[in-house]
Design a binder for this molecule. Structure first.
Ligand code: BEZ
Length: 256
């Protein structure tokens, strides 16, 4: 999942604060419709929770993730997983399908290189089925982080690790990389968090916290929490993140 500067992953914290990411992707696996014996790449496999579901369906799956910690957690499940930069994929004509959940938005440095690498990795006619953050994803959280950091004199824009494209932008990139897009949509998915926003920030927003001296980070998290409380927390103290998803099916156009 991580290909972003400043972001490292702790498998235990991820399991505590991010398990919902895989749990909410069941319908994306339906879009993929994995078949027994198909060879698949799970790009941004994280700790392998979803990779396991593809394996359970009979697919032969290689997991790839930029985080050594999460690849180790995936291997502990007995999965085949490799540390790979999604922006420099080196597979060729290897897979019937590439699957990706909640990972592409971390590959901000060169999103087009991701897509040309995925196209190269697929066999002709192979499918790329993925979900990522779309335009407007976590706008309230991202805005509060930027505002709090700016108020304290930090440049949040240069630390921002996320790429949340529109449908039109991503369709154009997919087509330029040699795909035929058969489905693409964006939709809001307000998501109840397993704890308060501080756990989410410490798990997913490290790139921002890294630009702040360690002694000031708790105060930044508290400021963001206070700024968001009225919008994202209910009377019972449950927090809902303002997720927006972009999901698509794209077929590698066969070469003539
Ligand atoms: C997402 O899945 O949309 C996401 C998760 C963590 C940080 C940013 C976005």
């Amino acid at each position: 999942m991580s290909a972003a500067a400043g972001q490292t992953w702790n498998a235990d914290a991820y399991a505590r604060n991010g398990r919902f990411v895989a749990d909410l992707a069941a319908s994306l696996v339906d879009w993929l419709a994995p078949q027994a014996g198909e060879r698949m790449l799970d790009l941004g496999c994280g700790d392998g929770a979803l990779t396991q579901k593809l394996v359970d369906a009979g697919a032969v799956v290689t997991g790839a993730d930029a985080s050594p910690e999460l690849v180790a957690a995936a291997r502990e499940r007995g999965l085949d997983a490799q540390v790979v930069d999604g922006q420099a994929l080196a597979f060729e004509d290897a897979f019937d399908a590439v699957f990706s959940n909640a990972a592409l938005h971390w590959m901000k440095r060169d999103p087009d290189a991701v897509l040309t690498g995925v196209a190269r990795a697929l066999k002709d006619g192979g499918r790329f089925v993925a979900e990522m953050g779309g335009a407007g994803n976590i706008a309230a959280i991202r805005g509060a982080v930027h505002d709090v950091l700016a108020a304290r004199g930090y440049d949040a824009a240069s630390a921002d690790p996320w790429f949340f494209p529109t449908v039109a932008d991503y369709r154009r990139r997919l087509e330029a990389a040699g795909f035929t897009v058969t489905a693409i949509e964006s939709f809001a998915r307000p998501t109840l968090l397993p704890g308060d926003i501080s756990g989410w920030l410490r798990t997913f927003a490290q790139a921002f916290l890294e630009i702040v001296p360690a002694a000031e980070r708790d105060a930044v998290v508290a400021d963001v929490q206070n700024a968001l409380h009225a919008r994202l927390a209910n009377q019972a103290g449950q927090w809902t993140a303002d997720y927006v998803r972009l999901r698509f099916i794209a077929i590698k156009t066969p070469r003539q």
